[in-house]
Design a protein around this ligand. Structure first.
Ligand SMILES: [Ca+2]
Ligand SMILES: [Ca+2]
Length: 429
């Protein structure tokens, strides 16, 4: 008898588990459908909100240009973000969101730890109910996930930037400059509930696509850890692709090579219009792209260290590690001497004692190459990449632009020429 009861209980247990499993599956299915609907809804923010974010982003572009123009005028030139323009909103006395948070992001991203106390659990749930008072649903969570991944993308981009923008770190404006600004001008403020982040990067810290010598290209590709024959092929093919003639360099390729491709094509014989164009160039085809024509990490490194815009010498204040290494190899100087000079006495980037290579410095203290000559210091910033991200509630808006700070915008409306501007997409050039 005891045996029988036990089996019956076990069978009941099995039925219960099956039923629970079924309920769980149905719940999962309905959540999956809700999730899809929510995803589609989450992508559409209200038009009024989008307009407000867009207007804010453009105003922040103007604020950034104002900051750049002021520093350029007072300091006689733009040389390094350590002058204060690296974090323009902070310079202008505005709140600059170090990390973009949204209302949703403030909630825990991961599942909260299970708590022993039910009361605590209830309290935790109450905290998570949105301000509007609607019940939090799994669909809310999925919208959060989507938003979270968008934010992570943004942060990832930011981290990528951190890789090559060593010198562009946070330099807080001096307290007196912020005070004098707010005392003399109307305080600048973001609309309620809006968070913003503006970053300015110097394109002149990269190698110029058009002004780099064959010798320097070769050193650069070797710094990218390609072997000598690969470095030669990449150098000569790139230069042949861009030079106006059809004479083939020693390790290069011109239209006669590309004419044998299926389908055949010709060398561009002009400068690159974007980095994706490299998938047609001999050497790059194999080394920078996979078999499906998708770019690999080498293209990303190339893109981060080479500029399509500037056509001058590299600004050592903002040169990336890879570019600095290339130049050090070419001019025979020690990169550490330059980095230690720039980081200042405390040897930390982004602090008040950071130094700037610029004309008029005391020659005695300057870093020198192996022959005892001072390294070049007159390399002003020419092109600046602007990255603006504005968020409100669930919506994020990004504005990316490239400014030529050596000339005014045609018509005189802005102090600098806006060379390129893109909304909600990165500038890939
Ligand atoms: Ca050519
Ligand atoms: Ca040629």
């Amino acid at each position: 008898m005891y045996f029988f009861t036990d089996r019956l209980q076990r069978r009941r247990g099995v039925v219960l588990v099956l039923t629970l499993g079924f309920i769980l599956m149905m719940t999962w299915l309905s959540l999956a459908i809700l999730d899809q609907v929510r995803r589609e809804l989450a992508l559409k923010s209200s038009p009024a909100n989008e307009r407000m974010l867009r207007n804010t982003a453009y105003q922040l572009l103007e604020v950034s240009m104002g900051v750049l123009a002021e520093i350029q005028r007072f300091e006689g030139g733009l040389y390094s973000p350590s002058q204060g323009w690296g974090v323009p909103l902070a310079y202008a006395g505005m709140q600059d969101s170090d990390k973009l948070d949204t209302a949703l992001r403030e909630r825990p991203v991961e599942e909260p730890e299970p708590r022993a106390d039910d009361e605590e659990l209830l309290l935790a749930d109450a905290d998570e109910i949105p301000a509007e008072g609607s019940e939090p649903t799994a669909a809310d969570a999925s919208a959060e996930d989507l938003l979270g991944s968008l934010l992570e993308d943004l942060e990832e981009e930011e981290n990528k930037s951190a890789y090559f923008d060593r010198a562009i770190t946070r330099v807080e404006p001096k307290a007196d400059s912020a005070q004098s600004l707010s005392a003399e001008t109307l305080p600048l403020a973001l609309p309620p509930g809006v968070q913003a982040r503006v970053r300015l990067y110097d394109e002149s810290g990269k190698l110029s696509l058009t002004a780099t010598t064959p010798e320097r290209w070769k050193l650069f590709f070797e710094a990218m850890e390609f072997d000598e024959s690969e470095a030669l092929m990449l150098t000569d093919s790139l230069l042949d692709w861009m030079d106006p003639d059809n004479e083939v360099r020693e390790s290069g390729a011109e239209s006669n090579t590309y004419g044998q491709e299926d389908p055949p094509y010709k060398a561009a014989n002009r400068s690159l219009r974007n980095f994706r164009e490299l998938r047609f160039v001999e050497g790059f085809k194999k080394l920078f792209f996979d078999d499906n024509g998708l770019p690999n990490e080498h293209l990303e490194v190339f893109r981060q260290n080479v500029s399509l815009y500037h056509q001058d010498e590299v600004n050592l204040n903002t040169a990336s590690d890879l570019v600095l290494e290339t130049l050090a190899e070419e001019r025979e100087f020690d990169t550490d001497n330059v980095l230690e000079y720039l980081a200042g006495v405390d040897m930390i980037f982004g602090t008040e004692d950071d130094r700037i290579l610029r004309p008029g410095l005391d020659e005695e203290t300057l870093p020198r190459d192996d022959e005892g000559n001072t390294i070049p210091i007159d390399r002003p910033v020419h092109f600046i990449r602007v990255e603006i991200a504005v968020s409100s509630g669930q919506a994020i808006y990004t504005l990316n632009a490239v400014l030529d700070v050596s000339q005014q915008h045609p018509g005189g409306a802005y102090p600098f020429k806006i060379v390129e501007i893109l909304e909600n997409q990165p500038i890939t050039g």
